[in-house]
Design a binder for this molecule. Sequence first.
Ligand SMILES: C=C(C(=O)O)c1ccccc1
Length: 361
Amino acid sequence: MPSLFQEFQLKDVRLKNRVGVSPMCQYSSEDGFPNDWHFVHLGSRAVGGAGLVIVEATAVSPEGRISPADSGIYLDEHVEPFARIARFMKQYGAVPGIQIAHAGRKASANKPWEGDDHIETGKGGWDTIAPSAIPFGGNLNKTPMEMTVDDIAGIQNAFVAAAQRSLAAGFEWLELHFAHGYLAHEFYSPLANKRTDRYGGSFENRIRFIMETFTAVRNVWPDRLPLTARLSVTDWIEGGVTVEESIELVRRLKDAGLDLLDVSHGFVTPDISQVPWGPGFMIPITSRIRQETGIPTAAGWMITDPHQANDAIQDQHTDMVVLAREMLRDPYWPYHAAVALGVEEASEILPIQYARAVKAK
Ligand SMILES: C=C(C(=O)O)c1ccccc1
């Protein structure tokens, strides 16, 4: 059986294969509520054969949404609409996952197809918060309010409550969003965090928000279920976070109970000129982190080809792959990958309603 289609056991959860659907913002909610769009978007990728489907960055508080149309799990009323989606995904063989997030200084923005820029406070937008009163830049030039220590505690409590609601909704895989220039990454990166208190300056201080938040969530998330994190392990920019620092951070998170790292990069400033874009460009860094920390990993970014994905796992660079745009292009990518890799009875990766017909010539 090709490595990509071997099962993956993490704590009490078993993925039927090593293919994950990355959390991808849909900007299609009202007051955070998922709707039929999310049901079809996520359900179809479970039907298409992915072993894990992760719901998009879901805000832990209203002002933590990237846009007013982001999903959220900051209300108890959000639980049941998400539970309907989680049940469907599980029924059709995918482990239901969710990413919980706070957008920090990148919040209060228009949808990407409506400008991707900040919305004026009071005109549909809101005041943003961040470790320091430093704007992201580019289209997102609002100066955020520097968070007080009480603000920090409040957001950490919101992550805990969001984790509890995610569990109540039936999710079995939780991913904390520590990447892409959102709040947790803003605390971690010296490019965004200029604080002089216990949350800024030294590495120890810059990882404090991440460590405290992770530990608080671990205390309420059942040990039998995977608690994971997506981390920007490098900023690619002089003065930003480095892979070496991130290896140390991952070691500490692993000691605190991290079950898997979803390895990502960048986006704490608008400058992406240093990113070495190319097919599977994050696989070597993922491999290094996996080797040097011993943490199970998910590798993403420009992984599109079944052999590319299978080789990354077979060659022990990663435990699984998470696909984003390729899954938008083809929700049935796992099935097509199974055919390409010569998996016997590949059609059985699909639900019984399709499998027999698909198998027939
Ligand atoms: C909308 C994003 C997310 O939710 O992480 C994002 C942001 C930057 C790069 C990739 C993805």
